[in-house]
Design a protein around this ligand. Structure first.
Ligand SMILES: Cc1cc2nc3c(=O)[nH]c(=O)nc-3n(C[C@H](O)[C@H](O)[C@H](O)COP(=O)(O)OP(=O)(O)OC[C@H]3O[C@@H](n4cnc5c(N)ncnc54)[C@H](O)[C@@H]3O)c2cc1C
Length: 474
């Protein structure tokens, strides 16, 4: 059911040029079936899609979760993906009716509220012991495989919830997340957005070194028993349609170290979305420019305490970069599926494309790169608190890998690759965006080194002290 290239449906000989048929005495699979029964059950295997094989390696609850995520993505996201991508740019605050339907259905099925178990969220209690970032990665991969833009429309919401979860404030979670869960389960979308980026601070909102010398552009001034926000946030995913936004602002007269997170209602007087960007990829999700003019928020809306914003930002990014790595896996897998289908169904000089050995070599490279990227995510997401080096490495590695796989698929499809209906050019546009958001891939590379800083600096210091490098003295 889940094989992108169904097995066993053909009555034609099941071999391609350069390979023995599976029932040939010298074929590997036949050879394994000839093993002694005592070891055959362990070493031989039946033909099975790579997706089913990967899924079988997950704990049983997560297998079910992955099946459900694929079914939802295939039923609701994939059929709408090309159409929504080609629609004219939506006016600020509006979602195309087809996308709204998907949002409503995702909400009803619990996809917008399953980070936490009931009563705050909708995650089944038996799923709750598995790290929420692992579950999110499984979902994000399947959604991205079906449509990068719709995936971001549904999943940027979790980024918006990130600071509330990272604050550890149960009363705030009860007050903010529970009503959102209830609305989403009723099919009335209640989304969150996450706002750190400012016109003068993209990387500087993601990297401490830059933030230390930059001046914050959104400032909170004390007023009564609350705070008055003034300034701008840009490129906020879903920022014009979210009901609530976790907004990071510096306290008046102070730098980024005073960053404080405020939970701001979209309907707050003085807050407006000035525009949404017409961007190259992930077009089903908006990127909003938000203007704050004397937006007043009460003390009760401070998330994680005054001057706690930078900590919440760092913690949220460590949790959210692995799902971005999972986006890379989903986008790469979609390109592999398209390339395999094309190679098996198109002919060149009267022969199927797949019969050419260099096509086989390219497909094998793409499949291996995608599997390696998935393995990196699954290994890293198994722990509750992925450290910065792991999350950032997976983010830049997998989104770069996705671009390479998609380009290889484009080489294989030739002129078909540039056609909207073949989906590859959309995958290319969607994947290119993932190399930029959640910190550019350059900033994520630097984040890996920063996380190992003490060890590297100690090594560098000892080498300076010895007057030689450890390698040279060994
Ligand atoms: C589609 C989309 C959705 C987004 N969604 C959100 C969202 O929901 N919320 C949000 O807050 N933001 C969001 N962003 C913003 C995104 O996170 C930033 O665009 C990103 O962090 C890069 O910042 P910048 O574009 O300002 O690049 P800049 O900071 O201007 O960087 C420009 C170049 O300089 C390099 N550079 C910068 N500093 C250094 C350094 N110290 N050392 C070496 N190289 C450096 C960068 O790697 C890059 O190559 C989104 C962006 C996009 C495109």
């Amino acid at each position: 059911m889940n094989a992108p290239w169904p097995l066993g449906a053909s009555t034609q000989p099941l071999n391609i040029a350069g390979h023995l048929p599976p029932d040939h005495a010298l074929s590997p699979r036949h050879a394994l079936q000839a093993l002694d029964p005592k070891v055959r059950w362990l070493l031989a295997y039946a033909p099975r899609s790579a997706w089913d094989t990967d899924t079988a390696s997950l704990p049983w609850r997560l297998q079910r979760y992955r099946y459900r995520a694929r079914a939802f993505a295939q039923t609701h996201l994939a059929p709408a993906a090309l159409h929504i991508d080609a629609l004219p740019h939506s006016p600020v605050g509006e979602v195309p009716p087809e996308a709204l339907q998907i949002l409503r259905e995702a909400g009803r099925q619990g996809w917008l509220s399953d980070l936490l178990p009931a009563p705050i969220g909708s995650c089944h209690w038996l799923d709750a012991p598995y790290p929420m970032v692992w579950r999110t990665c499984l979902k994000v991969e399947e959604f991205a495989r079906a449509c990068g833009g719709l995936m971001l429309l549904l999943c940027a919401h979790f980024l918006g919830m990130g600071p509330i979860l990272a604050s550890g404030q149960l009363p705030l979670m009860w007050r903010a997340l529970r009503p959102a869960t209830q609305a989403n389960l009723r099919g009335e979308p209640h989304l969150f957005a996450f706002a750190i980026t400012e016109p003068g601070a993209g990387s500087d909102a993601e990297d401490g070194h830059g933030a230390a010398t930059n001046r914050p552009g959104l400032v909170a001034r004390r007023q009564g028993d609350g705070w008055c926000l003034n300034g701008h946030k840009v490129f906020i995913s879903g920022g014009d349609i979210a009901r609530q936004i976790t907004v990071f602002a510096a306290l008046e007269g102070e730098g980024f170290e005073s960053w404080t997170c405020f939970l701001v209602d979209q309907a707050s007087p003085g807050l407006r979305a000035a525009r949404t960007e017409l961007k190259m990829g992930m077009r089903a999700s908006s990127a909003a420019h938000l203007v704050f003019e004397n937006v007043w928020v009460s003390d009760a809306c401070v998330v994680g305490g005054l001057r706690g914003g930078w900590s919440l930002n760092r913690a949220t990014l460590n949790l959210s970069r692995l799902p971005v790595a999972a986006m890379g896996v989903g986008l790469a897998q979609a390109a592999v599926d398209i390339a395999v289908e094309h190679a098996c169904t198109q002919r060149l000089g009267g022969r199927p494309l797949i019969d050419f050995q260099d096509v086989q070599l390219a497909l094998a490279d793409m499949m291996a790169a995608t599997s390696a990227a998935r393995a990196l995510v699954w290994q890293s997401a198994r722990i509750w608190s992925p450290r910065q080096a792991v999350a950032s490495a997976a983010k830049f590695h997998n989104t770069d890998a996705a671009m390479r796989v998609i380009e290889q698929a484009m080489d294989l499809l030739g002129e078909h690759a540039v056609l909207h209906r073949h989906r590859l050019e959309k995958l290319y546009r969607d994947a290119r965006v993932t190399q930029i958001f959640e910190g550019t891939n350059q900033i994520n590379r630097l984040a890996v080194i920063e996380d190992h800083q003490e060890a590297f600096a100690a090594l560098a210091a000892s080498a300076r002290h010895d007057g030689d490098t450890p390698c040279a003295t060994a």
